[in-house]
Design a protein around this ligand. Structure first.
Ligand code: SF4
Length: 76
């Protein structure tokens, strides 16, 4: 899964979801500090760095430190 192509911020789905590679650079008012793909329930990668799959971007990988408006904190 690590070799899946990375989602581009210019990808239409990424734009629709306001995806950013670097969560700290998100200007979306719904972004809360500390929310990143790595702690989102849709992220199926491991660890907090690098890239991993996201259920909302089939066939692609997202940045563990990225973010999008569909972020949902993973339950422990
Ligand atoms: Fe990242 Fe979650 Fe958005 Fe997927 S749904 S891009 S893992 S914040």
């Amino acid at each position: 899964a690590a070799d899946l192509p990375h989602v581009s911020e210019s990808d239409p789905t990424a734009k629709a979801l306001d995806y950013v590679e670097d969560a700290s650079k998100s200007k979306n008012p719904k972004h809360k500090p500390g929310d990143v793909c790595a702690n989102c329930q849709f992220y199926t990668g491991t660890g907090t760095t690098g890239y991993g799959p996201c259920q909302l971007f089939p066939g692609k990988s997202v940045n563990a430190q990225g973010w999008c408006v569909s972020h949902t904190t993973r339950k422990a």
